[in-house]
Design a protein around this ligand. Sequence first.
Ligand code: C2E
Ligand code: MG
Ligand code: MG
Length: 712
Amino acid sequence: MTDETPTPHLPPDGLRRFATIWCRAVYPATATSMTKREFESLLLALSERLAIALRAQPFDPSPGVSVGEALVTAHCTAPEALPRVLGVIDAYLLLYCADLTVLGQDEGRSRCARLQHAIAAGFARALQERTRSEQESLSVAALTAQTEIANALHESETRFRAVFRDAALGIGIADINGDIIDTNESFARMMGGIGLPTRRRNVLDWTHPDDSPEVWRLQRELMRGEREHYQVEKPYSRSDGTVLWTNLTVSLLRDAEGEPRYMLAMMEDVSERRLLNLRLRYQATHDALTDLPNRSMFFERLEQALAAGSPQSRVGLCYLDLDGFKAVNDSLGHAVGDQLLIAVAERLQSCASEPGQMLARIGGDEFVALVIDPPTADSVAELARRALAALATPVTVGDRELMVRASIGVVEGPTRNLTSAEVLRSADITMYRAKAEGGNRYALADPDSDARAISRHHLTHHLPAALKGCEFFIEYQPLVRMEDGSLEGAEALVRWSHPRHGVLGPDRFIPLAEHTGLIVPLGRWVLQEAVRQACKWQVRGIGGPRPLRVNVNLSPRQLHHPELVEDTVAVLEEAGLPPSALCLEVTETAMIRADENELRPLRELAELGVGIALDDFGTGYSNLANLRRLPANTLKLDRSFTQGLQRDPADPVDLKIVEGIVSLAHALRLSVTVEGVETSTQAEQLRDLGCDSAQGWFYARPGPPERLPEAV
Ligand code: C2E
Ligand code: MG
Ligand code: MG
């Protein structure tokens, strides 16, 4: 018979009921991994064992021992577990598991008590046994762990030693007072030049005169335990005079209580890298030809001076540009040019060698002397005078004696509210003034001429972007036939719609565009636009049976442009406009000055049928006889002549002059257009004098192309 099989005499329901009560009381005091159901079925088996023992004849309490052991095995070991087990048995075992009618009340109680003792004994022994074996396995585990720790420590110590010994980094360990405890070989090698043993020294012994106070602040913070590590680039001076530059990392090591104990310093020798950096920096900040500081270093210094200056501090600048250096370069070659620049650099250097002065080469033949806090306002001008004097004696290059001349712009003033770009621009503008006044001199910056030049400078600077950004537009001013007041054509007049300054007239920017050469692309654009517009008018039949003509102004520079004829023809062909519908206006001054070669393109265009007008006639004091050789077919009489005709009665002298010019022009087969007609009196008189066409506010002001048809 197995323990699990209840005997037929037992009341199975009572047994199960007992097991349930037992489980409910004891399960919370177990640390078993069994579920409550599993635990209850274990208790059911144990209950059977107890029930059988209770009834057995003769009575034997020893199954109680095995029940106690089984409870320990099931982790029913919390301190309150045994009292609860015994309590349940005491209260319910006899009730549910014994047949007291057979056993008798007293015998039942006695057997129950003995079973409880047996359970308690089994429980205690098993618990003792388990505690002992747990202790044993714990101490085995601890022993193993200890050995492992010792091994690991040993290993890590060996590893650390190896790293420490063989590292290329210099490593040193010091106590918290900075007394050196140990250093590796690299450390000794790096510091070797110091000549003293590195042990028994204190880290503070190596204070370098160039150490920044910042380094020692970090070091003190680390010693006090206020920081864990720091990294700095720092020099050490060796006793042989050489300097060791290191990249130093110092870390704090604390003991188990967290108190600062040691400092670990690791240093990398960066002396060579530093040298290389210095060399690279030198190259980046110096001019290779003259060895002078270059543009970027000059700006760096100037910006420092401007930023660091107190409200009283001042700065001075001599901006020097050689006169005619391009000619030397072009005619004698770059090698000679270079020699000349070297000689100039040396001479200028000798003039600006005092503390607070710096000479830089900032461009091809441009030098600048910077004076920080000049002692007097005149001392900067004095420097300019010295520089001119230093250049006065000719420079010998090979077997040649070269004359050197220079123009200098001098700026001197308080640093506050100034940017480096403004200072340099002012010096640059002033230098150009010195050049315009004949060169070989210096000029002093003056706010008024600066302002004018700055606005010119600004416009010139923005012209190219304006052309790309389509900021230009054209207005058209009608040209009217005097005989019948009909529309003959229109003059294209360009304007710049400047984003900041509003609409600018051509007088503001045409001279600048002419000066910079941008007039060529700008002029081509005007020509294209105007020709395209003339086509539109033709297509719409504006101007009646005789097609409208468009007049386009040509500047002297365009006149000399080699592709003038080609460009013009291409523009006409592309638009499909007949050449006779275009008239190019060239000022009298430009045309009179042109020699036969320069007139040839105009002649070619005239032969193709393009009209050529002599613009602003009368302002050029030209010999009238000269008109004969010019390829023009129209003469545009300048406004100044017609002004005298505004009065009523008109100035008789002006009348005579205009009459004379008109008849001469007609004799030369030139038609005459008058400019600046502002009143009806003028218009009538000019018609009476035989002028062919007219232009002026009396007829219409320049306006957008769509206004042209209604203009007359
Ligand atoms: P311009 O060719 O002699 O043009 C005539 C100028 O006289 C225009 O000035 C026009 O607005 C002005 N004007 C016309 N009628 C009257 C009038 O009744 N009274 C007065 N007081 N003025 C009148 P704007 O437009 O300022 O042009 C000035 C000059 O700029 C032009 O003189 C021309 O030489 C030049 N220009 C204009 N557009 C261009 C261009 O596309 N290319 C070139 N190279 N020069 C241009
Ligand atoms: Mg004109
Ligand atoms: Mg004109």
